[in-house]
Design a protein around this ligand. Structure first.
Ligand code: ADP
Ligand code: ZN
Length: 506
């Protein structure tokens, strides 16, 4: 409206000036140029700005119950949030307020949901924004936006009579990347500095709104270290891709409002969706419903689900679906580590898992032991034996090893060096500088060889258990330490016939 009137007025003036005999051509040029600049720069800036600042909202309705799986992340988050809820004891004891929580994990695993649930758990207003929304081509804008977001969080909370506000920043690595790494200009650095300033300024007092920043990223390694210092994002909560049990819970949540046919087996669907995120599973439930509708059915059947899984897998390019034979290898490998560990150090295994986690497909979770400051030679040797157990199990079962054991070898080598350089080997105390390199090398090799043979003997003795463990892992993706221990107590079952018969390591 105002713009139209303005244009009209300007035109009228120009015509008037023209009639008076002035040369209006340069004026027209100038006007056109200004108008063009206003269109491209001004409106873009304004539009984006509204976008950033205006995703404010009341307390979200998402609760922790709506987030399937992620038990550990939820527990850690709730522990941290209890500090926000119990402001009085914070004040009374003079505890530094928690200012930032960082959620780290792949996309679609529920980080946004967790942040929203955090807001409803603490009865806070929720402001959502994303790192990329702060980064502008025009200097100074990003920093200003950071100020705006914090100001708005406080205002919004006051307006709604809430005592706290949560600012959620998705894609934190875009705005919080390492400083000095961006070649273009200083915009990123200014924006990040402003965020640090705002976080440092957060305080807790009786009447003020308490602001908590929840950041999300998949690339914590890209973040500027300053962000991770105490008093900033000092809680880091990992949010992993869901394992089978978690996938079952998530798919169950997403079919709550959908009519299912008799034949639907959600456990089977969970089994077939290795590597899927929560968001992928939501798509599966949705796709299945669409397929049922297309087929003119009133209920969703198992075939629709299976077809939906295929569709989502093709459409979304799920990171890397490992083949069945790869998973089998992983199952034996992890089983090997766990079994050697449990036999040498009873109570060692907390759980054995096959599930995608960063670059690896499996891992053995240890029972947290007390910190050890002094190692005896025997303890180091046991550790080496456990580290080599994975590769030895692969070799026993498949006749060869894989690149999956590279890390294990590095670990084992490091431990063997500690034995030799620590004066614990038959060489006795040695002087690193004068002892011949060949002698050290021979000794390290001997230590490693001996432990490899020990792992081999152990796994041959318990190979029946190893097979059961591996099969259970392939089916359920997880086995607890208790289950493993009870298997070890039973009479040893015989291995199946496809066992590689190998008489001791070459
Ligand atoms: P992120 O922030 O980690 O990228 P979101 O929280 O935005 O993931 O999740 C996107 C969608 O995926 C959610 O709206 C929800 O439908 C689904 N989803 C993801 N994780 C879960 C989960 N753990 N439980 C239930 N639904 C989930
Ligand atoms: Zn390994």
């Amino acid at each position: 409206m105002i713009k139209d009137v303005g244009i009209g007025l300007v035109l009228a003036c120009l015509i008037f000036l023209g009639i008076q005999g002035y040369n209006v051509i340069p004026l027209l040029f100038l006007g056109g140029l200004l108008y063009f600049l206003f269109l491209t720069v001004g409106s873009q800036g304004l539009r984006r700005r509204q976008h950033t600042v205006l995703q404010a909202s009341q307390v979200p309705t998402v609760s922790f119950e709506d987030v399937g799986g992620q038990e550990n992340s939820k527990k850690e988050l709730v522990e941290a949030l209890d500090f926000v809820r119990d402001r009085d004891s914070l004040l009374a004891l003079g505890i530094r307020p928690l200012k930032g929580i960082l959620l780290v994990g792949p996309p679609g695993t529920g980080k946004t949901m967790l942040a929203k649930a955090a807001a409803s758990y603490t009865d806070s207003v929720f402001i959502a924004t994303s790192g990329s929304e702060f980064i502008e081509v025009y200097a100074g804008v990003g920093a200003q936006r950071v100020r705006d977001v914090f100001r708005q969080a406080r205002e919004e909370a006051r307006k709604r009579g809430k005592k706290s506000a949560i600012i959620f920043i998705d894609e934190l690595e875009v705005l919080g990347g390492k400083r000095g790494k961006h070649s273009s200009h200083l915009e990123y650095d200014q924006t990040l500095n402003q965020l640090l300033v705002e976080m440092d300024g957060l305080t807790v007092s009786e009447h003020e709104v308490l602001v908590l920043v929840v950041g999300a990223t998949n690339r914590a390694d890209l973040l500027d270290e300053a962000l991770l210092r105490p008093g900033r994002f000092d809680r880091v909560v990992r949010v992993e891709l869901p394992d089978k049990t978690a996938r079952y819970q998530i798919i169950t949540l997403h079919v709550r409002n959908k009519p299912l046919a008799e034949d639907v087996d959600l456990h089977e669907i969970a089994r077939q969706t290795f590597g899927f995120s929560g968001a992928h599973l939501e798509s599966v439930a949705n796709e299945a419903a669409i397929l049922a509708r297309r087929a003119g059915k009133g209920e969703i059947g198992q075939t629709e689900f299976i077809e939906a899984i295929e569709k989502v897998m093709l459409g979304e390019r799920i990171d890397r679906q490992p083949s069945q034979s790869e998973l089998r290898r992983v199952a034996f490998h992890e089983g090997g580590h766990a079994l050697v560990g449990e036999v040498l150090k009873p109570g060692y295994v907390s759980s054995i898992n096959i599930s995608p986690r960063g670059a690896t497909l499996g891992y053995v979770r240890n029972t947290p032991a007390e910190d050890v400051y002094l190692y005896t030679k025997e303890m180091l040797e046991d550790e080496i034996c456990v580290a080599l157990g994975g590769a030895v199990a692969e070799e026993l079962m498949f006749g060869n090893r894989s690149t999956g054991a590279g890390n294990d070898f590095q670990n084992a080598l490091g431990l063997a060096k500690r034995i030799v350089y620590g004066g614990l080997s038959p060489l006795g105390v040695i002087d690193e500088e004068t002892v011949p390199a060949q002698q050290v090398h021979d000794m390290i090799t001997a230590v490693l060889r001996r432990e490899e043979e020990r792992a081999h003997r152990l796994l041959c003795q318990f190979r029946g258990v190893l097979e059961i463990v591996a099969n259970r892992l392939l089916h359920d993706e997880m086995l607890t330490g208790e289950e493993l221990r009870s298997m070890l107590l039973e009479p040893q079952p015989l291995p199946s016939s496809d066992w590689q018969v190998r008489q001791g390591p070459a």
